[in-house]
Design a protein around this ligand. Structure first.
Ligand code: UTP
Length: 402
C-alpha cells in the first residue's frame, strides 16, 4: 500500500484534504520517489547496536609520536607532496543544537575580529599545504539544504586564499523524517520533511557525484575525513598520515585521552577482532574503569571525528550495508491543522548512517593520540560544554588571535 493510502499517516492525510488535485499530484509524486522501507528501522532501533565482544586497542601515544616525529613527518609529507592525500569536510549536518539557519561553518568564532569557522579550518589546512608546497584537494559534503549557502560563502570569501580548483563540493542524500509513531512529517502541504542521511554515507555520495574519476585522476590513496565543528582540527596532518602508513594500517583515527572513566565519548577499541567504537552508554562500569598495569585506562581514548581511510578500501566497502541509526531530533513540520510547527524539543526520528560505523568495516585502524587542548574544540552548542564559548577559550589558549 502506498504511504499516502495508509490510515495512520495523519499529516499526509490532512494535507491531502486541504490540497487541490494538482497539489496532491505533486505530493504523491514526491512521496512515490522515496524508499519507505527506511521506516522499518524504527522497530529495529534497539537492536541496530547489537554488539559483539569488545577488547581494548592500543593507541600510538604522544610520547611515541614525539620520539618518532621525524620518521612520521617524512613519510606523511612525502605522501602529501606526491598528491596521495585528499581531505573531506563533512558539512551536511543541520547543527540543530546551535539553532542556526545558515551552515554551521559560517558562524563567526572571532571576538575582536571576524573569523569564520570555515575560514579557521582553511587556515588549519593551509598550515600543512604551505609547508608541503602543494595544495591538498578538499571535498566538501553539504546537504541540498545548505549547498547554495555553503558554496556561495566560499565564493564570496575567495576560498580564503585556497586554490579554487582544489575545492570540490558534493551533496549527500536526504531521507524522510517522522514522529515517534512512524507518521511521516511534511514540511509543507506538498513536501515531505526531508533531512540529511547522516555522515556515514559520504563516500557513497562522492561516488554518486561522479568524484571517483577525480580521485583516480589525482591518484589519491588516502582520505582524511573530518567534522566541520572542531575549529582546532588539523587537516591532512603529516604526522598522522605518516604514522598510519608506518604502522601499515588501512585506517587511522585521531583520539584524545579520556578525562575520566565516565566521560561521554565514544572509545576506539576492537569488536570481534575488528576496529570499532563503543559508545559511553554501551560500556559496563567494569569496562569503563579497567586499567592497564601502568594505571592507564584500558578503554582510554575517545574519537574526535577525524579519520584517515585508505581510498582503495573505501571503494571495496562502498556497496556494503551500513547500520541505520534512528535518532531523536527536532523536526519542523506542518501539523494536522495546517500550522507550521518549530519544536523546541525533539519530536521525532531522523535516520542516519554514521562515519564511525565505517571504522568497523576496516581490517585495522591506528588510534593516534592528540592533545585535547591543541586539537579538539568542537562547537555543538552556543554555551556550556562543547560550545562556541569553550572553543573560543581553547583557540585563545593555542595562541590563535580571535
Ligand atoms: P553532528 O552529529 O554534530 O550533527 O555532526 P549536526 O547535524 O551537525 O548537529 P546537531 O546534532 O543537529 O546539533 C557531526 C559532523 O557530521 C556532519 C556535520 O556537519 C558535522 O561535521 N554531518 C552530520 C553531515 O555531514 N551530514 C549529516 O547528515 C549529519
Amino acid at each position: 500500500m502506498k504511504i499516502y493510502e495508509q490510515e495512520n499517516q495523519i499529516y499526509i492525510k490532512k494535507a491531502m484534504e486541504r490540497n487541490g488535485s494538482n497539489e496532491n499530484e505533486t505530493l504523491r509524486q514526491k512521496l512515490d520517489e522515496i524508499d519507505w522501507s527506511i521506516l522499518t528501522n524504527i522497530e529495529k532501533k534497539e537492536t541496530v547496536n547489537e554488539r559483539g565482544v569488545f577488547a581494548p586497542l592500543d593507541a600510538v601515544e604522544t610520547a611515541e609520536i614525539e620520539a618518532r616525529k621525524e620518521e612520521f613527518q617524512k613519510i606523511g609529507m612525502e605522501a602529501i607532496r606526491a598528491g596521495k592525500v585528499g581531505a573531506v569536510l563533512l558539512a551536511g549536518g543541520q547543527g540543530t543544537r546551535l539553532g542556526m539557519d545558515k551552515p554551521k561553518g559560517t558562524i563567526n568564532i572571532g571576538v575582536k575580529k571576524e573569523l569564520f569557522l570555515f575560514e579557521q579550518l582553511m587556515y588549519n589546512l593551509m598550515e600543512v599545504t604551505k609547508e608541503a608546497g602543494v595544495p591538498v584537494p578538499l571535498y566538501i559534503m553539504t546537504s541540498n539544504i545548505n549547498y547554495d549557502d555553503t558554496k556561495s560563502f566560499f565564493e564570496e570569501h575567495a576560498y580564503f586564499g585556497y586554490p579554487k580548483e582544489f575545492v570540490l563540493f558534493f551533496v549527500q542524500e536526504m531521507v524522510p523524517a517522522c514522529d515517534y509513531e512512524g507518521r511521516v512529517y511534511l514540511s509543507s502541504d506538498t513536501d515531505p520533511a526531508m533531512s540529511p542521511n547522516g555522515n556515514g554515507g559520504w563516500f557513497r555520495s562522492m561516488l554518486k557525484a561522479g568524484l571517483l574519476e577525480d580521485l583516480h585522476r589525482r591518484k589519491i590513496e588516502w582520505l582524511n575525513v573530518f567534522a566541520v565543528d572542531n575549529c582546532l582540527q588539523k587537516i591532512a596532518d603529516p604526522l598522522f598520515v605518516g604514522a598510519t602508513i608506518a604502522y601499515g594500517r588501512e585506517s587511522g583515527a585521531k583520539v584524545v585521552r579520556k578525562a575520566a572513566p565516565d566521560e561521554k565519548v565514544g572509545v576506539l577499541c576492537t569488536e570481534d577482532g575488528r576496529p570499532s567504537i563503543v559508545e559511553y552508554y554501551e560500556m559496563t562500569e567494569e569496562m569503563a574503569t579497567a586499567r592497564k598495569e601502568n594505571g592507564d585506562l584500558k578503554y582510554g581514548f575517545g574519537v574526535i571525528l577525524n579519520y584517515l581511510f585508505s581510498e582503495k578500501k573505501l571503494e571495496e566497502i562502498a556497496g556494503a550495508h551500513m547500520p541505520i541509526h534512528v535518532v531523536e531530533k527536532k523536526i519542523p513540520y506542518v501539523d494536522t491543522e495546517g500550522h507550521d510547527v518549530k519544536p523546541e524539543e525533539p519530536n521525532g526520528y531522523k535516520f542516519e548512517t554514521l562515519v564511525l560505523d565505517m571504522v568497523h568495516m576496516m581490517e585495522n585502524c591506528l588510534p593516534y593520540e592528540v592533545v585535547r587542548e591543541r586539537e579538539f574544540a568542537p562547537i555543538k552548542n552556543l554555551h556550556g560544554v562543547d560550545s562556541l564559548d569553550s572553543a573560543r577559550e581553547l583557540l585563545t589558549g593555542c595562541g590563535i588571535e580571535i
